[in-house]
Design a protein. Sequence first.
Length: 241
Amino acid sequence: MAQETPDQGEYRERPSRLSGAVVWTRTATGAPGGDRPVLPDGCMDLLWTEGRLLVAGPDTRAFTPGAAGPGTRHVGVRFYPGTAPALLGVPAHELRDQRVELADLWGAARARRLAGRVEGARDPMAALEAVAVERAAGAGPPDPFLTEVVRSLNAGRTVAATAHALGVNARLLHRRSLPAFGYGPKTLARVLRLQRALALAREGRSYADTAAATGFADQAHLARDVRELTGLTLSVLLGGA
């Protein structure tokens, strides 16, 4: 699941005990414009909201959640790209651009028991994280090959250079990427570049400098990619329009 735009209600997050993961919570305010898109970031999430457990697959485009009433709380564990499929037991590409009930993946009885455990906890964030940690214990450590794919692409290296460094051809890299990330390395690289660009722009860098620093041909290229992946302009995403 992708990161939310800044005005998505009262939001906070912290690092998880799981390597690279983040535990987050958001409480809906019911304010106009509060249901802003969740942006692609290469991640997947385990979610709890209103007594239900859901899984958010990897996004290739912005996802706009349904309207939630004031005070509705959402809790999630956002997994580092490529790590969720082994934990959840389902290939990422089967969940691409989807939100599915955990019951569909783990069975209704188990999902209901786990949802009740989170629902009844004094700290739902800690309870949901514990579910993920327990599941991860049986999934084994992250695949170093996949970790290096993310690291290389996020450093701005090309797909060809990444494949060469890993000692595989482009076809094998694509085949390994689909079940891990939900899409091929070219799309993953594009999504990661979007997130790098947004981070720089939020720091106050000019759009032209942001484009140059993150590997876009020019500012117009950056603007097109932002529009295609999010459906919004960069200025709207940054709260300037």
